[in-house]
Design a protein around this ligand. Sequence first.
Ligand SMILES: [Zn+2]
Length: 636
Amino acid sequence: MNKLLIIYGILLFIEFHNIVPAVSDMCIHDEVAIPDVPVGELTYRQMRGKREKHSEIFQPLNIHYYIDDIDPNTPENVILNLKIAFKKVVKFFQDSVAVRSSFNPFLIERSNCAQKWVNGINKNKCSRLKSGPEFCSIKETDYVIPDRYLNKLEVFDYTSPHPRHILKAGPGVKDANFFLFVISRTTSWCTENNVQAYGSYCRLDSYNRPVAGLLNMCPTYFSKKIYKASHYFHVIMHEIIHILGFSVHLYPKFKMCTSIYDCETPKKIAEVDSNGIQRLIFPELVKSMQTHFNCSEEEFGGPLEISQGRGKASEEMKYTSHWHPLLMYTSIMTPFIVEDEYIVIDNITLALLASTGWYRVNFTIAEYFHFGKGEGCKFGFKANCEDSKHLCSPKDAARNCDILRYTIGKCESIVPYHPCGVFKPNHEESCLDEINMQAKEYEQRCVMVTKTNVAEPNCLLTKCISTNEFEFLVNSTWGKCKTSEKAEINNVTINCPELGSICWDEAKLVNKTFCSWGSDEAIAVRMYFADQTYQQLLESDNIRNFKVSTLQAIAENLQMSVNHIVNATLTIFKGAFLDFTLCPPSNMSNDKLGALIEKTQKFLKSSSFIHIFKGATEFAVSSTTIVGDVCESEIK
Ligand SMILES: [Zn+2]
């Protein structure tokens, strides 16, 4: 007969992948970027001749990252999340960006030659070294570059052809072409500005391409809150795009190339339009802007954030290193990350990288950027807030579908310097429901519905037929909607949304993966069982039953379907523990997600739960396996 057992699950750590503030803090890239960084000479492989094929000259951008100097108080789960995010970011660039082939293995040149001979047999060779180590420096943050990444440096006397002193080359990294040094150090930037992360490049090669950079993930920020996996990904992605080229001091160094042998630096970087918006006008970027917004104006370039009086030190600082937060709403490169579900790595940002002349970009990897699509040259002009589907006047307090039609949004201002607002996601009125975590044939989405001449946003059950046609359910009847048309059914009129707003090409959704370990919404849990449980499991012949019934008991306690628990693995080796991933519904609001995590934590940490396990007796509790209260501090 089955016995009623009480098993005490002891929580060792929970990998939180959750919770993000609605609007994160501003990025300080422009304040930490140094105008003049050391420039190397020997990064590229010698070309054998002009006829060498492009495929031999270019290779995938391969970022080698090295995580070092981590604040010892950084919770283990934060480090784990960061590592997962770095892997995803590196993969993204390998798949989407190529650079000229570098020397292999890749090394960066030392910059601590203090003086060179100006004449004699050793002209232009180093005559004297600076003391001290080799730094990768950005403003007020220095990192000592490990020798293994550094090329050799020879020091010569005036008369001898043989070097007097040699700093040896390190082994370098095979197939890499960029070094990213990642630290997590509490600096004044972190504490005074409350930033999450900041970084910049610290070495350029002979073409002025950044080849090394420093990224500091502020421990103060990352240890006090809980984030979704996608948030770590977005923060790192954003900073790396700055480091790779989206940076004020680099604009004048971009190469406009007609072929890879025929490049020149830009004569003109930006233009201010009649609406007072500064636009970067690199040709590749203008092309991409024209296509997206459907505007053929010649100087319709990428709109920049308006500088808020920060850092007026140099000429280039009249520009900024971010897109305009309203005109490029939801792009990865606006100065702050809006909600993670809404962020896209857009083709305009990729076009900026292509405009550098250092990279060849595969645009097919861009995520679908919906905002402002086809809205024309006058998009965001101050008098036209209401003329656009995506903009509104905050003073009207209007309601409409948010940009992804997941919620019924409220019109809110984005920045004080622009009078238009957008319909911000509003999780109080979410259209998505619990079952949404599954691959969805049917889903509720926000659609404008007109009843007796009043148009209101409504959540309707929809089903995609193709990218420009879907079915909807209204008053128990199914109707059909074609892109940008109107559909009438049961005395209500549906304003069918424009292309790409409900039925997307799934292939374009780079990061929207189903919940699994390392995915956007996952909460990974490891639960340790007491020694006695371990002993009994060793003797048991029905371990699978134990696992299944334990998962059912957990689901019951958390009042969620057992389908929301995935990737469960029971390990019985020198102890017993169960790893599993909780997949909350993808539409869950941050508050609800927070509550779920808290509930999970409380349940696993302090409560016992009732669980039937065939053929075993009651277990004793072992309290020795609790390691710190990492999760406690994460929650608060
Ligand atoms: Zn930034």
